[in-house]
Design a protein around this ligand. Structure first.
Ligand code: ADP
Length: 270
């Protein structure tokens, strides 16, 4: 019963919430932009997820996302602000003002420089390595699940599909413990990480793309050649390492993060 185990401090009085406009459809219902007035009379911009069906099985599944989100505290993961657990059930989280990365990339494709895209990659790899330390797998890492707070800041969202890995999922490999789920190339988080890197960086630099078709292709796991002379060669090398068929040969998130930091430093000094 997620309503009962969510910390009492997360319970929000719906009188404090004002819904302003619809942002999009979620799996359970409409998502709105709104304002939360705190007891100290501070107004916070929020995103409000609603749940159309009100039966207990559905609301339980809906609240599972809140239960997962409350465990995380990272600058590049959307924060849970609270829940209304009485009907109609609501999930309240921090607002990412600029919406989905996918559409933001497509709409502003001419306005990105390599530094900004590398910053996004680094922010995402830091949120993924944070989840890795918390033994969580985000099972749906795709550009549509990354939200843009401002032009310099992206955040991972949508934890409805993430699952805590229990110890039975781990098996020893070269003395390290690796989650078995991450071992299969096609469902591998590392592969998905590579997908994010491509979507965000490489294809923003090729002429005429990204459009939605190309993003779909990449998200379906197609490996593509380096499309643009603007892509730093070290970045393309990193991506090829992420695509290695043998998962144990792929870099860890910590390594990805370090390498990205280095590439970023080199780009900034150019
Ligand atoms: P679900 O996981 O329930 O299917 P999503 O997380 O995909 O729902 O959200 C549906 C839509 O609402 C997304 O397309 C996104 O644009 C918008 N949205 C969700 N959360 C936020 C947020 N925190 N800030 C801004 N927009 C959001």
């Amino acid at each position: 019963d997620y309503a009962a185990i969510l910390a009492p401090s997360y319970q929000i009085d719906r009188k404090q919430i004002q819904m302003i406009e619809a942002l999009g459809h979620g799996q359970f219902g409409e998502v709105y932009r709104g304002i939360l007035k705190t007891e100290q009379q501070i107004e916070l911009n929020i995103a409000i997820k609603t749940c159309k069906e009100q039966d207990s099985l559905t609301t339980e599944k809906f609240l599972e996302e809140a239960y997962v989100m409350q465990k995380f505290d990272h600058p590049h993961i959307i924060k849970l602000i609270g829940v209304c657990t009485t009907h109609p059930v609501l999930l309240i989280m921090e607002l990412a003002r600029l919406g989905e990365l996918r559409s933001y990339l497509v709409a502003n494709r001419n306005d990105f420089d390599v530094i900004t895209l590398l910053v996004y990659c680094q922010q995402l790899s830091s949120s993924l390595s944070y989840l890795e330390t918390k033994k969580f797998v985000h099972r749906d890492i795709a550009a549509r699940n990354v939200l843009v707070s401002n032009h310099e800041c992206v955040k991972l969202s949508d934890f409805g599909l993430s699952r805590e890995i229990d110890n039975s999922y781990y098996k020893a490999s070269k003395g390290k413990l690796l989650p078995v789920k991450w071992m299969s190339p096609e469902s591998s988080v590392f592969l998905q990480m590579a997908v994010i890197l491509i979507v965000n960086v490489l294809y923003c630099f090729s002429e005429g793309i990204p459009n939605s078709d190309v993003i779909d292709k990449i998200e379906n796991g197609e490996r593509l050649p380096m499309p643009s002379p603007h892509c730093p060669p070290q970045l393309f090398d990193l991506m090829k390492e992420c695509w290695r068929y043998e998962p144990s040969m792929r870099p860890s998130f910590t390594q990805i993060e370090d390498r990205l930091r280095f590439i970023l430093k080199t780009e900034r000094s150019n």
